[in-house]
Design a protein around this ligand. Structure first.
Ligand SMILES: C[S@@+](CC[C@H](N)C(=O)[O-])C[C@H]1O[C@@H](n2cnc3c(N)ncnc32)[C@H](O)[C@@H]1O
Length: 209
């Protein structure tokens, strides 16, 4: 938990309480439905919470904005971001029902009123968002295809509306055809070795009405 406080020192008491509660909730639920590896549970604040919050170092979501987390699994990056931005609406989507079950239990346990979830493939979603976030779900080309038409027309943030994807390693080939993609190194924001290869990719997406 100290990792989170160290990089996000201005949390409210409620946010501190929610982040603290989060570990026990995942520990309990993980025994019933495995969504996080056992090793990762012990390092949940570093590997899951702080990694998810890397997106917040690139863009703070404004009150009233909306964000979809595609292939959220047990709720990453969506749940930590929903704690950090309580006035932004988050839609967490996964095609596997038991993962969405964990998301719903954690959401209830933490009292997160700004989270809704859907158990379906993202291709079936017919809504629009300021940003679409994700981690470890698909190659960029497939992902772009899935989320086309799901971006709001008007940008109200510093970054243009589009995708904010947590990725790792060498992305030169995967992103070669996306000239407007910008890569942010999380090692510029977090000093732990875990972040040495971790990045956030911002890809602005044109509105398709
Ligand atoms: C490797 S897991 C990553 C989970 C989470 N984002 C994380 O980083 O912990 C990939 C998840 O994407 C989901 N997924 C893959 N394709 C999807 C699609 N087209 N629509 C919705 N979910 C999808 C899978 O069910 C799986 O839970």
């Amino acid at each position: 938990m100290n990792e989170v406080l160290n990089y996000f020192p201005n949390l409210t008491d409620q946010q501190k309480q929610q982040f603290t509660q989060l570990k026990d909730l995942y520990k309990d639920w993980n025994l019933k439905i495995n969504v996080v590896s056992r090793k990762d549970i012990d390092e949940i604040y570093l590997r899951h919470v702080l990694h998810s919050l890397g997106i917040a170092k690139i863009q703070n979501f404004k009150p009233g904005s909306s964000v979809m987390d595609v292939g959220t699994g047990g709720g990453f990056p969506g749940i930590p971001l929903a704690i950090l931005f309580p006035e932004t609406q988050f839609h967490l989507v996964d095609s596997i029902g038991k993962k969405i079950k964990v998301v719903n239990e954690v959401k209830e346990g933490l009292g997160l009123e700004n989270v809704k979830s859907s158990n379906c493939r993202v291709e079936e979603i017919d809504e629009q968002y300021d940003f679409i976030v994700s981690r470890a779900v698909a190659q960029m080309e497939t992902f772009v295809h899935w989320v086309k038409g799901k971006i709001k027309k008007k940008s109200v943030h510093e970054l243009k509306n589009g995708i904010l994807y947590l990725k790792g390693g060498d992305l030169s080939e995967e992103l070669a055809k996306y000239k407007t993609a910008k890569i942010y190194n999380l090692s510029d924001y977090f000093e732990e070795d875990f972040f040495d290869t971790k990045k956030v990719v911002h890809l602005p997406m044109k509105y398709k009405g």
